[in-house]
Design a binder for this molecule. Structure first.
Ligand code: ADP
Ligand code: MG
Length: 345
């Protein structure tokens, strides 16, 4: 009996100690876990998702969404009649806001540095193919020749904030809008003194500051196939970075066994054929990553090195044979997670 009593006392002490330890762990965990605020909306025809760690998350998120939506409606959309770019395309000239002028200026610089592979005056050609509205028709050669006549970034002039287009030119900022929205988001995060956040706008992701749950940020890279929504690789970065992916799996259609997609060659007027399924670019700027992923897709792996060097950017190229090539030495770790994809040499 005595013996049994001792055992029981020991069991009570053990149970009480366990309760105290578990309680302490729960309290420690609750204290150490940073608040997160998550929300999603739509901007520039894509999902805009926002995750903010720490205080002021809700206010900062609201402002990020508002700025992205007004960037579209007031400034850069070529579809919204309320935007500066719409008016510029209508009138051929216009006095732009600082916001739009800066985007045009940076985009023209990248147009030049990419040797015209990236070209914001591609508007007539984009409208002809009209992937945004799923026109899904291959234009005739004559139509392509006519649309290409207006194309040529060197014919635009930007003097101060006054922009003037060349004859029959239409500006299309579709390749940089989401990246520019991520740049604007970073400004908001800094204004609100946010420590860590992840913003995703279509194909561009901003990882900002410190990840409180981990030392690094890990971002999945979308499998470049139309019928898949998963990731084929993971990219690990520390601190702030912008990661943008452009691929032929996005807006596209197939006709007679040929895939026609929305990244167009300003040289041929046809969807760019550089042997790639997708390009992901990591850099220190949103507009830069977004523009470079489009430009590098047009240029192909071999011809992209100089451009990536110029912007101190890292590129991940997936070939049509599912080989994965990387270029650049930005401090990030890249890992393939799907064994259908292999490292190329
Ligand atoms: P997404 O907009 O799906 O993120 P991209 O950033 O690659 O993809 O941009 C593709 C869009 O950019 C096209 O839908 C078109 O509006 C425009 N575009 C297509 N080809 C070019 C090009 N060579 N240079 C500049 N813009 C382009
Ligand atoms: Mg782009």
């Amino acid at each position: 009996m005595k013996h049994i009593g001792k055992k029981r006392t020991a069991a009570y002490i053990f149970a009480a100690a366990a309760v105290i330890i578990i309680g302490a762990v729960v309290i420690y965990d609750a204290l150490s876990r940073t608040d997160t605020y998550e929300t999603a909306s739509v901007a520039m025809g894509s999902v805009l998702s926002v995750k903010i760690y720490g205080d002021n998350g809700e206010e900062a998120a609201e402002e990020i969404i508002e700025r992205a939506q007004s960037a579209e409606t007031q400034y850069i959309s070529r579809y919204k009649e309320t935007s500066e770019i719409y008016a510029l395309n209508e009138n051929g000239t216009g006095e732009l806001s600082d916001f739009t002028a800066e985007i045009i200026s940076k985009a023209l610089e990248i147009s030049e540095n990419s040797g015209g592979a990236f070209d914001i005056t591609i508007g007539n050609l984009s409208s002809l193919w009209d992937f945004d509205n799923e026109k899904n028709t291959v234009p005739s050669e004559d139509e392509i020749t006519e649309a290409l006549e207006g194309c040529g970034y060197e014919k635009i002039t930007l003097s101060g904030n006054t922009c003037t287009l060349g004859e029959n030119q239409t500006v299309d900022l579709g390749a940089v809008g989401k990246g520019a929205a991520c740049d604007a988001a970073a400004e908001v995060l800094s204004e609100y003194e946010i420590d860590g956040a992840v913003i995703s706008a279509g194909g561009t992701v901003l990882v900002y500051g410190e990840n409180p749950d981990n030392e690094y940020w890990t971002v999945g890279i979308r499998t470049p196939e139309k019928d898949r929504e998963d990731n084929f690789a993971a990219l690990t970065v520390s601190g702030t970075a912008y990661i943008s992916t452009s691929g032929s799996y996005e807006k596209s259609f197939e006709e007679d066994g040929v895939l026609y997609h929305h990244i167009l060659s300003p040289e041929t007027g046809m969807p760019a054929q550089s042997g790639l399924l997708s390009v992901t670019v990591v850099s220190g700027g949103g507009l830069v990553s977004d523009a470079l992923s489009t430009a590098c897709f047009v240029l192909g792996y071999e011809s992209s090195a100089d451009l990536l060097d110029m912007y101190n950017a890292f590129g991940i190229f997936v070939t049509e044979d599912k080989e994965v090539l990387t270029y650049g030495d930005m401090t990030c770790v890249f890992e393939i997670t799907d064994d259908e994809y292999v490292y190329g040499d």
